[in-house]
Design a protein around this ligand. Structure first.
Ligand code: NAP
Length: 251
């Protein structure tokens, strides 16, 4: 019997490594995908191996054309029990439509939609059963044109989550997690984060544990597919919406 294994994309840093650690703690062997964060990915692999899990790093730049079948087959050859993909890798660039070049639009879509779409299709073809979990963004509830390409790519991934859930049922469940403010980018100052929190009905930012609890819930509840779990303190039901671009103190 093969050990269960999960592929987590963009796991060399930040929330991707959080998800990878959580999957390892749940008993999965872990395929760590990274692009530029090779050192972080290797360090994470050593850490997880020291806990007794099998772990290996797989590199790929999703902004380039890549062979998703070959990628999944490589992961599966190393981890025959591959039964879960967490599509976490994400390119995030602010630009309104009028400030978006073809290159920017295509790069955001390649990383945020094309890669998860193709990986999910290859996973269906070669693994045949298990789960796909797409990491979205609670801003899919809004039309914040200041992030036009990023947001459209994430909205498309949310729609794909539902479409693939139908196509892949009953063998594969496909769900999404839409985090709100959890781990702000390093360029975001405390005053900005406090302002964002003031717009969150539950009045706080998300924690690692709230995200990993949500991941566990989706993994364990086998009557769920095509669902998007907003883990955002209710921010997505607040129709106002805050972002860096409408922050009053941004000169
Ligand atoms: N942080 C938050 O509070 C928050 C809020 C809402 C939604 N989210 C969502 O949660 C997920 C994780 O968030 P995060 O803040 O940890 O993300 P992040 O730091 O912006 O990026 C996550 C990963 O994406 C990978 N990536 C970027 N461009 C890539 C490319 N061309 N090819 C392959 N991989 C690429 C990076 O890999 P390398 O470093 O190896 O290049 C990076 O590790 C994302 O999907 C994000 O949209 C996060």
């Amino acid at each position: 019997m093969n050990s269960p294994a999960a592929l987590i994309t963009g796991a060399g840093t930040r929330l991707g490594s959080l998800f990878a650690r959580h999957m390892a703690a749940l008993g999965y062997d872990v395929a760590i995908h990274c692009n530029s964060s090779q050192d972080g990915a290797k360090q994470l692999a050593r850490e997880l191996q020291s806990t007794g899990r099998q772990c290996e790093v797989f590199s790929m730049d999703f902004s380039e054309a890549f062979d998703a079948d070959e990628f999944i087959l490589q992961v599966q050859a190393r981890f025959p029990g591959l039964e879960c993909i967490i599509n976490n890798a994400s390119a995030y660039e602010a630009a309104p439509t009028a400030g978006t070049s073809r290159e920017l639009l295509e790069a955001q879509f390649r990383v945020n939609l094309v890669a998860p779409f193709l990986l999910a299709g290859s996973f269906k073809r070669y693994c045949g059963q298990g789960q796909v979990i797409n990491i979205l963004d609670n801003k899919i509830a809004y039309h914040q044109y200041q992030y036009a390409a990023y947001l459209l790519s994430k909205k498309s991934l949310a729609d794909f989550t539902k479409m693939a859930a139908l196509e892949f049922a009953p063998e594969i469940r496909v769900n999404g997690i839409a985090p709100g403010v959890t781990l702000p980018g390093e360029t975001r100052g405390n005053a900005y984060v406090d302002w964002r929190i003031a717009g969150i009905p539950l009045g706080k930012k998300g924690s690692d544990e709230q995200l990993t609890n949500s991941l566990s819930y989706l993994l364990q509840n086998d009557f769920l597919t095509g669902q998007i779990l907003y883990v955002d303190g209710g921010e997505s039901v607040n129709q106002v919406g805050r972002n860096h671009e409408n922050y009053p103190d941004s000169a």
